[in-house]
Design a protein around this ligand. Structure first.
Ligand SMILES: [Zn+2]
Length: 231
């Protein structure tokens, strides 16, 4: 029995769907502490030496819209397939609907190359598969994942774009001054039309901004930040 597998693929999804205290602990005690304590206890309960340190776990949570909270859980770097790099819990705070999504280590069946897969476990214990995640293509990391799983959770018909970030300004670029750290966020606006929504990322302070292009202006709908210290 692989304890790490069971912890990430059996125990946590079970807690997500049946134990509200787990979600509350993640929010109130922090993702790192809660994950570390839970994993350590799980190993101890199974009479197995616990091989990880508290720093091997991390995470953050954020409100994505009026009714949606997302929690990111980062696990120790997966040594084997199909352990998870990270997982995301989404909660609809109005209906208490929950979802558990994972980014799993996998192997390309053709050339045995290491891959990452977008997956999840639903509340009936069924494994969901949403396709491959290409690190080199989606170099936005957590933003891309938050956006992808947010789309799954909300079944968004409208696409929330993630514009590229050109090194230099040109006629297609727009600049948003980060309200928090004042760094200029430069992004490519070539395909952005009136009414479109997009996520942009501040390289300086790590904040993500959910924008809407309206009346020829970029309105900030929401701010997403990894640092849980700031509410
Ligand atoms: Zn910033």
């Amino acid at each position: 029995m692989n304890l790490e597998y069971n912890f990430q693929h059996r125990i946590i999804p079970k807690w997500v769907y049946t134990t509200p205290q787990f979600f509350n602990d993640l929010i109130n005690c922090g993702e790192q502490t809660t994950l570390y304590r839970a994993a350590k206890k799980f190993y101890e309960d199974n009479n197995t030496e616990f091989p990880y340190k508290e720093e091997d776990y991390s995470g953050f949570h954020t409100r994505l819209d009026v009714d949606t909270v997302a929690v990111c859980l980062r696990f120790p770097t997966p040594a084997e397939t199909p352990l998870c790099f990270c997982a995301f819990i989404f909660m609809d705070t109005k209906t208490n609907r929950l979802a558990y999504y994972t980014l799993e280590k996998g192997i390309d069946p053709i050339d045995s190359r290491e891959m990452r897969f977008l997956c999840g476990w639903n509340n009936e214990g069924t494994h969901q598969e949403y396709g491959a995640y290409y690190v080199e293509k989606y170099n936005f990391g957590d933003i891309w994942l938050v956006r992808f799983f947010y789309g799954r959770f909300r079944d968004l018909r409208k696409d929330i774009g993630i514009p590229s970030q050109p090194k230099e300004e040109n006629e297609n670029t727009r600049v948003l001054k980060c309200p928090a750290c004042k760094q200029e966020i430069i992004f490519d606006a070539t395909d952005i039309k009136e009414g479109n929504e997009l996520l942009v990322f501040c390289n300086s302070c790590g904040r993500i901004y959910h924008l809407k292009f309206e009346n020829n202006e970029f309105l900030i709908l929401n701010k997403i930040q990894e640092d849980k210290a700031e509410a």
